[in-house]
Design a protein around this ligand. Structure first.
Ligand code: PEP
Ligand code: MN
Length: 264
């Protein structure tokens, strides 16, 4: 269903405040985790200022350690929705468990399926049975075909509103970067599938000072949009502080990204 042979035209996903896969580049920005109602409200203001139309923030966090912050849960979803509405933005947030699909759907405009859940087939089937658009992130060690097959699980259950996110993969050298940003995947996926392809330079690099150059490079591949993590006090962030852009850096990144987008 996702193949270009099956559908030659690009899939375009229309939300209240954003279009994904259309002529314009789409920015999703926000903190890794929703940390409090006040914090997500402040971050929404910054996100919007840079030109983001979609507010991100995790209320259910897939943490490597069970002792790390696990997310605010439903209170986080409520705060995220409220902040997005205050700035006329759409919401993307991760759904980690098939039993949460109905709950998360009450608050979000896009389900994010995280890298660790890319092959959680029962979760993929569950979001496939909804009509909520899905942002499917590439797994930590997933091939392009693995990613396309995961998308197929969603589509085969009836939901064709899918976007794919390249967020870096594990390779033999991840000493200076959290992951290896596989920018090859963008044009490869665009050749193979009609779904919009987006980039996530935050998780791909894991280091804030690498995010802007890789965002520029990712936009230059012709990706349909990007997702980026921001925080006003990264050293105090509940998760992923090392890769978070401070507001001024984020605004400068956006400025550069729009400039690159204008020439590709
Ligand atoms: C996230 O978006 O904060 C996240 C956990 O991303 P990934 O699933 O790509 O690691
Ligand atoms: Mn994160």
């Amino acid at each position: 269903l996702g193949s270009r042979l099956f559908q030659p035209e690009n899939t375009v996903i229309e939300l209240a405040h954003s279009t994904i896969g259309g002529a314009d580049f789409t920015v999703m920005a926000g903190p890794c985790s929703v940390e409090s109602a006040d914090h997500i409200m402040a971050m929404a203001k910054v996100a919007k200022e840079g030109g983001a139309t979609i507010l991100r923030g995790g209320a259910y966090k897939p943490r490597t350690s069970p002792y790390s912050f696990q997310g605010m849960g439903e209170a986080g979803l409520k705060a995220l929705r409220k902040a997005a509405d205050a700035y006329q933005m759409d919401v993307v947030t991760e759904v980690m468990d098939e039993t949460h699909v109905d709950l998360v759907a009450q608050y979000t405009d896009i389900f994010q399926i995280g890298a660790r859940n890319m092959q959680n087939f029962s979760l993929l089937k569950a979001v496939g049975k909804t009509n909520v658009p899905v942002a499917l992130k590439r797994g930590l060690a997933a091939t392009v075909d693995d990613l396309l097959n995961a998308a197929e699980y969603i589509a085969a259950n009836g939901n064709q509103q899918i976007m794919l996110l390249e967020r870096g993969i594990r390779t033999f050298d991840n000493h200076y970067t959290r992951n290896t940003f596989d920018l090859n995947a963008v044009p490869v996926l665009q050749k193979l599938t009609h779904y919009p392809v987006l980039i996530d330079p935050s998780h791909a690099t894991g280091e804030w000072d690498l995010v802007t150059p890789m965002a520029r490079a990712g936009v230059a591949t012709g990706a349909s949009g990007l997702q980026v993590e921001i925080h006003d006090h990264p050293e105090k962030a509940f998760s992923d502080g090392a890769q978070a852009l401070k507001p001024a850096t984020y605004l400068e990144m956006c400025h550069q990204v729009w400039a690159v987008d204008a020439v590709v």
